[in-house]
Design a protein around this ligand. Structure first.
Ligand SMILES: NC(=O)c1ccc[n+]([C@@H]2O[C@H](COP(=O)([O-])OP(=O)(O)OC[C@H]3O[C@@H](n4cnc5c(N)ncnc54)[C@H](OP(=O)(O)O)[C@@H]3O)[C@@H](O)[C@H]2O)c1
Length: 502
């Protein structure tokens, strides 16, 4: 089986039927089917590949295809081509199904058998539905003999979407309900940040270059920042978000996933999914727990008020649809953490994540310690900038390194310059969408970019004391369109650093 970090050529997956639960929903139309369309067009899908959409809404195959065509037209990164769409859509089917009705799963089994014909395709179930249905769907699939033991006549796998619980206990309950029908190795918990090229590139960058690994430690790294900024608000998810907040929605999953990849020890091999995941778990386990007394010093929690985004007035969070008028849910969080291990002890890690900020950007920056200043003492060049490695995750994907340099001229001056690598200019092609990569990997049984249950649980454990202290923490407010509350800058002051300019 191919591995994302070592292979040169992408192997086509074995014949597969992708069964999407939640076929009439947003994720299917916006991400999953446009992603499959591009995989098909780029020649990555097997000859024998079909999609079967299931949900309660009564739809014919034809009506379902028409509905999806709109989504592909709007959201496919390569647009839509009539000829390609004709070929692709002939592989799409729809089966009405209520997840609470056993008889519907028997009908699904019969439909899958008819579509598979003489072949024995693998079944990949994508659960794009509320997590409250995960256990029930898995149980009914198992009851209808649609989940097999791994290594059996066909591989059956389930992709599940976040949220993976609301806290440690609910995450464990969710996993237990899935384990009644499927084994951990059949569960593919998707985190679309791990499908992004630059996030995958973290490991290649670290372990395929001789240059960085020797300085990737407390001796040379001054601090690390991870920033995830969105300019959108809660859109039509106010109801869900108001119960979750930004820490559950973003930090527990995307941010901790990026952090753990950035800081892992070299695994035994980059071709072993379990080896990489074991190292990620070790990083999460090493994050110093914030005891309730420490939370105040290490966390700034805030919510957006009204403001201007791209010249347009936007409402305050409490005026968004689905949000309580007196809501105290955070839409912004800034945190400082430390990893208590041999490599990272004493290196502060700053995270900030927020909605309705000035622009949409996600970036990791590694700030290196200063060079000794003695050579320049007494000169204008005394305050040298730190070298900074910036890993841009979105919207632009790339990596840059800030180095100090002398501008031309007779005076000895030092100015920072950026050495830039952008995916687009270096490789000349647009990066595939994260979902494309992840769907393909799940079809191939390649689990490296999916999250294992112990990673989920460790992430919740780190956050438990934070949630326990939320009520005592002040909730600050910031103007929509700004860079967040001014108190976030205060968080960094004791360390003598500032937030990176994004
Ligand atoms: N949308 C995103 O960008 C996004 C991003 C990350 C994670 N997620 C997660 O992905 C999941 C789906 O999100 P979504 O935005 O696509 O939700 P959605 O638009 O609300 O779709 C939910 C789907 O579930 C189906 N459904 C509900 N009850 C059902 C039942 N008893 N039996 C069968 N089907 C049922 C609905 O179809 P019928 O009403 O026709 O049955 C619908 O197709 C959620 O867990 C969400 O948190 C979504």
């Amino acid at each position: 089986m191919g591995n994302p970090f070592v292979e040169g050529r992408v192997l086509s997956p074995p014949s597969t039927i992708l069964v999407i639960f939640g076929a009439s929903g947003d994720l299917t139309g916006r991400k999953l089917v446009p992603g499959c369309y591009n995989l098909f067009k780029d020649g990555y899908l097997p000859e024998s590949f079909s999609i079967v959409g299931v949900s309660r809404t009564p739809l014919s195959d034809e009506a379902f295809r028409e509905k999806l065509k709109d989504g592909v037209t709007k959201y496919s990164r390569s647009g839509i081509d009539e000829e390609w769409w004709k070929q692709f859509s002939s592989r799409i089917f729809y089966q009405p199904l209520d997840a609470t009705k056993e008889a519907d799963f028997i009908a699904l089994r019969e439909r899958l058998q008819r579509i598979g014909g003489d072949t024995i395709p693998n079944y990949l179930y994508y659960l794009a539905v509320s997590p409250s249905l995960f256990g029930e769907i898995a149980g009914k699939l198992k009851g209808a003999d649609l989940i097999e033991t791994p290594g059996g006549v066909r591989e059956t796998r389930l992709i599940v979407e976040k949220p993976f619980g609301y806290d440690l206990e609910t995450a464990q309950n969710l996993a237990s309900s899935l384990y009644q029908s499927a084994k951990e190795e059949q569960l593919y918990r998707i985190d679309h940040y791990l499908g992004k090229e630059t996030v995958q590139n973290i490991l290649v960058f670290r372990f395929a270059n001789g240059l960085f690994e020797p300085i990737w430690n407390r001796k040379y790294v001054d601090h690390i920042q991870i920033s995830v900024a969105e300019d959108i608000g809660v859109e039509n998810r106010g109801d869900y978000f108001d119960k979750a907040g930004i820490v559950r929605d973003f930090v527990q999953n995307h941010v901790f996933q990026m952090l753990s990849l950035l800081c892992i020890e070299p695994p035994n091999s980059l071709s072993d999914a379990e080896g990489i995941r074991n190292e990620k778990v070790k990083v999460l386990k090493s994050i110093k727990r914030l005891t309730p007394g420490l939370v105040q010093k290490h966390i700034v929690r805030a919510q957006y008020g009204k403001g201007l985004i791209k010249g347009l007035d936007v409402p305050a969070y409490r005026d968004e649809k689905g949000v309580a008028k007196d809501s105290t849910t955070e839409t912004y969080i800034a945190m400082s953490l430390e990893i208590d291990n041999w490599r990272w002890s004493g290196v502060p890690i700053f995270l900030r994540v927020g909605k309705r900020l000035s622009k949409r950007i996600s970036e990791i920056s590694v700030h290196f310690k200063q060079a000794p200043l003695s050579l320049f003492r007494g000169r204008q060049v005394e305050s040298l900038e730190q070298n900074v490695l910036r890993i841009q995750v979105q919207p632009k994907e790339g990596i840059s390194l800030r180095v100090n340099s002398k501008p031309p001229g007779p005076r000895m001056r030092v100015e920072p310059v950026e050495m830039d690598f952008s995916y687009h200019s270096s490789f000349g092609i647009a990066s595939p969408e994260a979902y494309e990569r992840l769907l393909l990997d799940a079809m191939r049984g390649e689990a490296t970019l999916f999250t294992r249950q112990d990673e989920i649980e460790e992430a919740w454990k780190i956050l438990e004391p934070v949630f326990d202290s939320f009520e005592e923490l002040p909730l600050y407010f910031y103007e929509a369109g700004s860079w967040g509350p001014k108190e976030a800058a205060e968080l960094l002051k004791p360390y003598g650093v500032r937030w990176a300019r994004l």
